[in-house]
Design a protein around this ligand. Structure first.
Ligand code: SF4
Length: 359
């Protein structure tokens, strides 16, 4: 377990609304190791973003974590405020307490889908980055002579000038043109793509242990997208940062992630190494998702494959396997009666489907 950073165990998140209870995340297990990129894919509403928010203890109301754990293997690190290794269950931390505020943004950064609603309109790009830096980033004090041991090296918060320099450098890294001018721009003076890049600069400026990237490049054109993915990969290499990459874009996730998790209606239905998942998907839902990607070389007048039917009503989930009304491999009398278990079906390969169970 040495290199495990986040270990989500049997996580359940529910939204209690007037029409009933929606199980947004239903028994999720997910392990993310240091330096690893895990891609999370699935249709809208399958629980990807709610899982990310649960990891940061910020599930929006009326949602709440009803059971399960999010274990965080926290390590003392130079330049961070905590001084000892510890294991924390994030679901048990007070949502506005000091510890979760250190973790959120400082140790686990997040890039949200909507940059406009995440940036404060009256703050410049530079102020946003400075705020994150002053809260989370520390600079080692100058050593006085050789006798000062590493263990007693003390830290100070970054000064305004240092924060401005770091902010300009981060804006440059994420490809914002004229960063020395743009650092003083307000969100409304930036284009959608630039706002998204400012969000990414804020998240990466504190050099987090893990980055949760929720559709981080959706609003960007492909050349900027490639630039941003490079920045993330660089940081991952130099700072051993883990990434949880949530996306609809299977091409991007194939390029970024070593392992992939496929979610459907709040459950993980398959997990495998990316190469295995793309070349040998086992779950019928994953197979259908992959068939729906446009392929280079396919005739332009050929119709793309689609997944039959609709995502079920979350208040009236199908019995047995939740995918059964849409599944091309549906087995009457089994799939509509028995709930498949999520189990290992090969080397580093897990799935929940009755095709791989002896029933
Ligand atoms: Fe399809 Fe049955 Fe497997 Fe569900 S359990 S994915 S319905 S074959």
């Amino acid at each position: 377990m040495n290199d495990v950073l986040i270990d989500v165990k049997d996580l359940h998140v529910e939204f209690d609304v007037r029409a009933g209870i929606v199980k947004a995340v239903d028994g999720l297990d997910l392990t993310i190791r240091r330096g690893q990129t895990v891609g999370v894919i699935g249709e809208s509403g399958c629980g990807k973003s709610v899982t990310a928010r649960a990891i940061l203890r910020m599930v929006p109301k009326p949602g709440k974590v009803t059971s399960g754990q999010v274990m965080y293997y926290r390590k003392a690190k130079k330049g961070k405020k905590h001084l000892k290794d510890e294991v924390l269950d994030i679901t048990q931390l007070p949502p506005d307490g000091e510890i979760i505020r250190q973790i959120r943004g400082g140790e686990i950064g997040m890039i949200f889908q909507e940059p406009m609603s995440s940036l404060t309109p009256v703050y410049t790009a530079g102020t946003h980055i400075n705020e994150a830096l002053s809260l989370h980033r520390l600079i080692p004090l100058q050593k006085v002579g050789d006798q000062m041991a590493e263990a007693i090296t003390t830290y100070r918060t970054v000064t305004k000038d240092e924060a401005r320099e770091i902010a300009i450098d981060m804006l440059r890294k994420v490809g914002i043109p004229k960063p020395t001018e743009r650092v003083d721009s307000y969100p409304h003076q930036l284009s959608g793509g630039q706002r998204q890049r400012v969000m990414i600069a804020i998240a990466l400026s504190c050099e987090p242990e893990m980055l949760i990237a929720d559709e981080p490049t959706t609003a960007l054109d492909v050349s900027i997208e490639a630039q941003i993915l490079d920045v993330m990969r660089d940081l991952q290499r130099t700072a051993n940062m883990a990434i949880m990459f949530i996306t609809h874009n299977l091409g991007v996730v194939a390029e970024m992630a070593e392992e992939m998790v496929v979610m459907y209606m709040g459950k993980q239905v398959e997990r495998a190494k990316t190469v295995d998942l793309f070349y040998d998907p086992k779950h019928p839902y994953t197979q259908a998702l992959l068939k729906s990607i446009p392929k280079v070389g396919k005739r332009s007048n050929e119709r793309l494959a689609t997944i039959e039917g609709m995502v079920p009503d979350p208040f009236h989930l199908p019995t047995g396997c939740v995918f059964h009304p849409r599944c091309p491999m549906f087995m009457p009398g089994k799939c509509d009666k028995i709930t498949p278990t999520y189990k290992q079906i090969g080397e580093n390969h897990w799935a929940s489907c009755l095709l791989y169970e002896d029933v």
